[in-house]
Write a protein that binds this ligand. Structure first.
Ligand SMILES: CC(C)(COP(=O)(O)OP(=O)(O)OC[C@H]1O[C@@H](n2cnc3c(N)ncnc32)[C@H](O)[C@@H]1OP(=O)(O)O)[C@@H](O)C(=O)NCCC(=O)NCCS
Length: 142
């Protein structure tokens, strides 16, 4: 499936509908994150990436905040384990490097720590709870 993925990196006006579609399915419906915690006011100022499957449907998404934080990484359950998440992460970092970022930071759900470690992120500090889910900060210096 990964070979059939189309990646789009762009702004919120362009990608909001497809990004929210994936985020709602993964975070709200699957993980039980309250809708009011899923939404915040950082989307309009962030860079977004959306991956589309061969059928044209959005399969995954993520965002890069102006301060170098990466977040809202989500891949539809049926598309996981095929490289979609890695491509999204790499696309956001490629864009971030082009924009001058020297460090990327994220708050990883602890179950996904291995996923981010494979893209060069290192865990720091203590595990904290957010929306009832354990998280740990991870950093990648360029
Ligand atoms: C975490 C998530 C984004 C990963 O996306 P994905 O498309 O399944 O990941 P990929 O297929 O690109 O995996 C890339 C690499 O990470 C590994 N990996 C993927 N998920 C992993 C996990 N949970 N733990 C450890 N390693 C993992 C893959 O095996 C692959 O390794 P490889 O380099 O040896 O091939 C996806 O599982 C997801 O959306 N989960 C639910 C939402 C979520 O928890 N988001 C994270 C919020 S911090």
């Amino acid at each position: 499936m990964a070979g059939q993925i189309t990646l789009v990196v762009g702004d919120w006006v362009t990608l909001a509908q497809d990004a929210l579609n994936v985020r709602h399915d993964v975070f709200v419906a699957e993980q039980g994150v309250p809708l009011e915690l899923e939404r915040d006011d950082m989307d309009p100022v962030s860079i977004h990436a959306v991956a589309y499957g061969a059928d044209g449907a959005p399969a995954g998404t993520g965002r890069l905040l102006p301060d170098g934080h990466i977040g809202r990484m989500a891949v539809h359950r049926h598309a996981r384990g095929t490289g979609v998440g890695r491509q999204l992460l790499e696309a956001l970092m490629t864009r971030g490097i082009a924009d001058g970022h020297k460090r990327f930071v994220l708050s990883a759900q602890t179950h996904a720590q291995g996923f981010y470690a494979r893209s060069g992120f290192t865990a720091h500090g203590e595990i904290t709870m957010d929306a009832g889910i354990p998280h740990i900060e991870m950093v990648r210096d360029i």
